[in-house]
Ligand binder design. Structure first.
Ligand code: NAD
Length: 258
C-alpha cells in the first residue's frame, strides 16, 4: 500500500461526496489532510481523523482568490506545505444556453475552473522547492464530451483538462505531476439533485429517475464510487504515477467509449 506519511494533501470541496471520499483514502494512507467546503464540517473532520490522520478545515470560498491564497498559506503554516493538491470543488446548474442564468455561469466557471488556477499557482512554488508534488484535477466526462443543458459545466471542465495539460508540460522535468480524472456519474448530493429534478419533471419515482439517468449515458448501469476515485488518486500519488503526466483519465462505466 502507498505510504503517504509526512505528505500533506489539500482537497478542495471535501466536506461531502467525491472530495470526502478522496480525503478519506489519502488519510488512510497516512497523509495530513486539509479539508475545505461547506456543510457538515465536523462530520468530515471526524471521518478523516478516524484513521489517525492530522486534519484541519479551511473555509475558503472557491470564488474568492484571496481566500484561496489564504487557504494554501494556512496549509503550509500548519503542515509545512502542500504536497498533494486535489482540485475537486464543483457545482452544477442545468438549463439551455439561451436561458442559462449569467450568475450561474460565472459561479460555475469560478468554482469549477478558475479556483484550480489559483490553488495551483500558490501550491506549485513549494512543490518545486521540495522536488515532489501531485496535482489531481477532478474534471468529468464533461471535460471530454458534452451534454445538452450543461454549457457552463462542460466549458469549465474542458478548460480544466486544458489547464491540466499545460501544468503537466511546465512541470514535466520535475518530480511534480499534474493529471485530470474524468468520472462518469457518482451518486453524490450533486447528482442526487439532478435525479430529483428528473423525477419531478417526468413525474416518476426517484429510483426510476436514477435508472433513466444512468441508462442514457453510462453503459455499465452502475455508479462510479468515491472510494474508486480515491484509490485512483492514491495510484497517481504512488511511484506507479511518476510518469503519468497531463492525462485525462476516464473512470466512467464506459460513457466516453460510445
Ligand atoms: P458535492 O456537491 O457532493 O460536493 C461538492 C463539494 O464542493 C462540497 O464539499 C461543497 O461544500 C464544496 N463547494 C461547493 N461550492 C464551494 C465553494 N464556493 N467553495 C468551496 N467549496 C465549495 O459534489 P460531488 O459530486 O462530490 O462533486 C465533486 C467534484 O466532482 C466536482 O468538481 C464535480 O464536478 C465532479 N464530478 C462529479 C460527478 C458526479 O457524478 N457526482 C461526476 C464527474 C465529476
Amino acid at each position: 500500500m502507498t505510504d503517504l506519511k509526512g505528505r500533506t494533501a489539500l482537497i478542495t470541496g471535501s466536506t461531502s461526496g467525491i472530495g470526502l471520499g478522496i480525503a478519506r483514502t489519502l488519510a488512510d494512507a497516512g497523509a495530513n489532510i486539509v479539508l475545505n467546503g461547506y456543510g457538515d464540517v465536523a462530520g468530515a473532520l471526524s471521518t478523516v481523523q478516524s484513521s489517525g490522520a492530522a486534519a484541519i478545515h479551511h473555509p475558503a470560498d472557491m470564488r474568492q482568490p484571496q481566500q484561496i491564497e489564504a487557504m494554501v498559506h494556512a496549509a503550509a503554516e500548519r503542515f509545512g506545505g502542500v504536497d498533494i493538491l486535489v482540485n475537486n470543488a464543483g457545482i452544477q446548474h442545468v438549463a439551455p444556453v439561451e436561458s442559462f442564468p449569467p450568475d450561474s455561469w460565472d459561479a460555475i466557471l469560478a468554482i469549477n475552473l478558475t479556483s484550480s488556477f489559483h490553488t495551483i499557482r500558490h501550491a506549485l512554488p513549494g512543490m518545486r522547492a521540495r522536488g515532489w508534488g501531485r496535482i489531481v484535477n477532478i474534471a468529468s466526462v464533461h471535460g471530454l464530451v458534452g451534454s445538452a443543458g450543461k454549457s457552463a459545466y462542460v466549458a469549465a471542465k474542458h478548460g480544466l483538462v486544458g489547464l491540466t495539460k499545460v501544468t503537466a508540460l511546465e512541470t514535466a522535468r520535475t518530480g511534480i505531476t499534474c493529471n485530470a480524472i474524468c468520472p462518469g456519474f457518482v451518486l453524490t448530493p450533486l447528482v442526487a439533485q439532478q435525479i430529483a429534478d428528473i423525477a419531478a419533471k417526468d413525474d416518476i419515482s426517484r429510483n426510476a429517475a436514477q435508472q433513466r439517468l444512468l441508462a442514457e449515458k453510462q453503459p455499465s448501469g452502475q455508479f462510479v464510487t468515491p472510494e474508486q476515485l480515491g484509490n485512483l488518486v492514491l495510484t497517481l500519488c504512488s511511484p506507479l504515477g511518476a510518469e503519468i503526466r497531463g492525462a485525462a483519465l476516464a473512470m466512467d462505466g464506459g460513457w466516453t467509449a460510445q
